[in-house]
Design a protein around this ligand. Sequence first.
Ligand code: TYD
Ligand code: MG
Length: 453
Amino acid sequence: MKLKKIYICSKCGSKHLKWQGQCSECGAWNSLVEDVVEESTKTSKKRAIVELSTSRFKLKEISAQNLNKISTDIKEFDRVLTGGVVLGQTVLIGGVPGIGKSTLIMEIADKLASKNLEVLYISGEESPQQLAQRAKRLDITNEKITVASITDISEIIKTINETNPNVLIVDSIQTLYHPEYPSSAASPVQIRECANELVKIAKTKNIIVFILGQVTKEGDFAGPKLLEHMVDTVLYFENDKDELYRVLRTFKNRFGTVDEIGIFEMTEKGLVSKSDYESSFLNDTPSPGASFSATYEGTRPVIIKVEALVNRSFYPYPKRVFSSIDSNYAQILLASIEKNTPVKFDSYDVYINVKSGFKTKDRALDLAVCASAVSSIKEIPIDTKTAFIGEVGMLGYVYPAIAMSKRIAELERIGFRKIVISSKTSESLKTKTEIVKIERIAELYSLLNKNRQ
Ligand code: TYD
Ligand code: MG
C-alpha cells in the first residue's frame, strides 16, 4: 500500500496536492490541513462497512409515511428540531468543548429511553465510568441506555448489529477511526468516511443517530463542517461557555425549519430549557442606553435588550466596539444617525452590546440600536415598556420587518405597552399595545427628546 500526502480544506473539503495559504476553491485562508491517502491504483477500492440497499421502488407505491416525530420532552430541544426526531434521522450537534454537548445528549438519551427506545451511547472521549458519573449527577438511571468506549467504526457497526439499538449516540466524531483509511482520527478523511458509515447505518436500520462534534473557539467548524451536507440536521451551540445561556441553533433541517433557536441554562443538574429567559433583564429600571426589540428566529419571536454606552473619547481615534451585532452595519447606523439627526459621535467612544448571547441576523434590531445610541449620548432613559422594531437604511428611512404581528403579540404578552415601528408596515396589526409609526430616523430622535422632561 502506497501512501500519498494531500491537503484538505477544512472549510469546504476540497483536495489539494500542494499546501497553499488560501484555498483556491472557497477562498478561505490557512484552512488546508495535511492528510494521507492511499495512492489510487485500479485495485485499491475501499470497502465500505455498511452497504446501502440497491432495490428500486416506484415513487407512487412507496407509502409516504407520516413523519412520526418523537418528542424528546426537552422543550427547547424539541423546538430546534421542529417538534422532535424521526426514526432514521441523523443529527449533528456541534459546539466548543465544555459548552454542554455531552450533558445535553445524556439528558436526551434518558428521555428517549424512557419512551422505550434502546439507546447505545458510544463515547471515544470519556470512559464508561466518566459517563456514569455524569449520569449520576443528572439522576439518570435508565436501564435502556448502554454505554461503550469504542473508536473503531467497524467495531461500532458490529456492536449496532449485535444490540439493535433505536438510538445511537456518537461522542464525538473526531475520536472515530475507519480501519480502511490510513490517516489518523480527526483528519478530514476519517471524519468524512466515519460519518458516511453512520449516515448509512441510520438509513438502513432506521435508527436515530446523534453525532457530536467539537468546534474550535474561533468558531471554525473544521471537522463538523465537512459533514454538514451528509446529515439531515445540523445544530450548533452558538455562544461561548462563559455566557449565562447556551443557545442551540438549527443550521439545516430536512425535517423542519432552520434558524430556530433553543435557549438553555447550565445548572448544577444539567442543561435546562430556559423558555422565559427574558425575565432576567425585563425588570431593570430605565437607564440611558438601554432599549428593547423583538427579533424573529426561525418561527420564534425573541425579546432582546440592546445596551449602548456612548462616552467622551480620550483616544486619538474614538473606539467603536460592537458585540453580538454586525460591526460594519452598526457603523453605518451610527453614520446614518449623524447624517439625519443633530447627534454627532465624532469625539465619543461607542460600545454596543446585544444582550441575548446569540448572534441574530435580524435587521429589525436596527431601530433599537439607534434608540440606544441616542439615548446614551443624550442621557435620556427610555421607558422599559417601550420596544423598537424596524430596519434602518443608510438614508435614514425606517423599514418594516417580517412577522410583525407575531413579534407584537409576544411583546404584548410580556407586558410591553408601546411599540415604535415603520410607517411603511402594511400588515394589519390587531393589538391593544400603543403603536407609534415613524418614517425616518429623525422622528426617532424627536420622540426620544420628548421624553427628556
Ligand atoms: P460537557 O457536557 O462535558 O461539555 P461538552 O461535551 O460540550 O464538552 O460539560 C460542560 C460543562 O458543564 C462542564 O464543565 C461541567 C458542567 N456541568 C454542569 O455545570 N452541570 C452539570 O450538571 C453537568 C453534567 C456539567
Ligand atoms: Mg463532551
